[in-house]
Design a protein around this ligand. Structure first.
Ligand code: ZN
Length: 287
C-alpha cells in the first residue's frame, strides 16, 4: 500500500469541493499553488468558463484529470426524454475526451421525474432497466471514442431521485452484463456511498484493476444534517478510509484519491486556500 504520510501527490480535487468559493480557472490556479496535480471538474463549471479555455488551462498547468463529472441521468419519461438524455451524454463524452479525462463518471438516475418533484411512476425495476439500456447505448459511442464509463453507485438514500444503482455489486453486475471482457465500463468507488456495505471488500476484489476507474473520498459525519450537502473532511467522521484504500490498492488500483466534499454548512463557507491545505493535510494523516 502506498505511503501517503509524506506528501499529497496522489490527491485529486473534485472541483465541487470549492465550487462556492471559486470559478474553475481560479480552482486550477489554486491547485497549482497547493501542488495538487489532478482535478475532476464538473460540467457546469466547464460550461461557465467555456470548454476550450478549460482544456487550455488544464494543459498549461500540466494538470491531470481523475475523472469528469458527470454523465448519466438516463431515466426519463417517453422517447423524447430518453433521446435528450442520451444526446446530453454524448456531449459529456466529447467534453471528457477534449479535457483528457481517464473516464466519464455516471450518476445513473432514479425514478423518472423524482428529482424535479414530478414523479412519473414508482417502478424502480423499470427505472433500472432503463438505466441499463441507456448505458448500453452510450457505451457504443464512448467505446468508439475510447472514453471509459465509470458507474458510480450512490448510497441507497438517493435511490429515488439520483441513482437506482446503489451497491458496488449491482454496478459490477451491469459491467459484466454489458462489457464482459472489455475495459470500456467500470466503476467509481466513493467511500461516502459505499462504506457501510458488508460486501464492499469482496466486491472491490471482484472489480479488480480493470474495473476500478476512480476512487472518491470524504467522510460520513455522525450525525449528518443534510442528505446531500453535509459531507465531512477525511478524519472528521466514521469511515475507515485508509482500510478501504488498502482494499482498492490490493485489487490493483494505483490512481488518484479524489476528494469530493459537498458541505454547505462548513467547507463551502471557508476560504478556498484553507480547504485545499486541509485536503492535502488530511490525505496524509487520514487517508
Ligand atoms: Zn463521488
Amino acid at each position: 500500500m502506498r505511503d501517503f504520510s509524506a506528501s499529497g501527490e496522489w490527491l485529486s480535487l473534485n472541483t465541487a469541493t470549492v465550487r462556492e468559493q471559486w470559478t474553475l480557472p481560479e480552482i486550477i490556479e489554486a491547485c497549482a499553488r497547493h501542488g495538487i496535480r489532478a482535478i475532476c471538474p464538473w460540467r457546469d463549471q466547464v460550461a461557465n468558463c467555456g470548454l476550450p479555455i478549460a482544456a487550455r488551462l488544464v494543459r498549461e498547468h500540466a494538470l491531470m484529470l481523475s475523472g469528469y463529472c458527470r454523465g448519466g441521468l438516463f431515466t426519463a419519461h417517453g422517447s423524447k426524454g430518453l433521446k435528450s438524455a442520451l444526446d446530453d451524454n454524448y456531449r459529456a463524452v466529447d467534453e471528457a475526451c477534449e479535457l483528457g479525462s481517464p473516464c466519464l463518471v455516471l450518476v445513473v438516475g432514479g425514478l423518472p421525474g423524482a428529482l424535479e418533484g414530478k414523479l412519473e411512476h414508482q417502478d424502480i425495476s423499470a427505472a433500472r432497466t432503463q438505466v441499463i439500456e441507456g448505458i448500453a447505448r452510450l457505451l457504443e459511442y464512448s467505446s468508439a471514442c475510447r472514453m471509459p464509463l465509470a458507474i458510480e453507485p450512490l448510497h441507497p438514500m438517493y435511490a429515488a431521485d439520483r441513482a437506482c444503482i446503489n451497491t458496488l455489486e449491482q454496478a459490477l453486475d451491469v459491467c459484466d452484463q454489458l462489457n464482459p471482457d472489455g475495459a470500456d465500463l467500470g466503476v467509481a468507488v466513493d467511500v461516502y456511498h459505499l462504506w457501510w456495505d458488508p460486501k464492499l471488500k469482496s466486491q472491490i476484489e471482484r472489480a479488480g484493476r480493470r474495473r476500478l476507474l476512480a476512487f472518491h473520498i470524504c467522510d460520513w459525519l455522525a450525525p449528518t444534517h443534510d442528505l446531500l450537502l453535509d459531507r465531512g473532511m477525511m478524519g472528521d467522521g466514521v469511515i475507515e478510509i485508509r482500510k478501504i484504500r488498502g482494499w482498492m490498492e490490493e485489487a490493483g488500483f494505483s490512481g488518484f484519491c479524489e476528494v469530493e466534499i459537498f458541505s454547505s454548512r462548513n467547507w463551502w463557507r471557508r476560504p478556498g486556500d484553507e480547504v485545499l491545505a486541509t485536503c492535502v493535510e488530511r490525505l496524509r494523516t487520514s487517508a
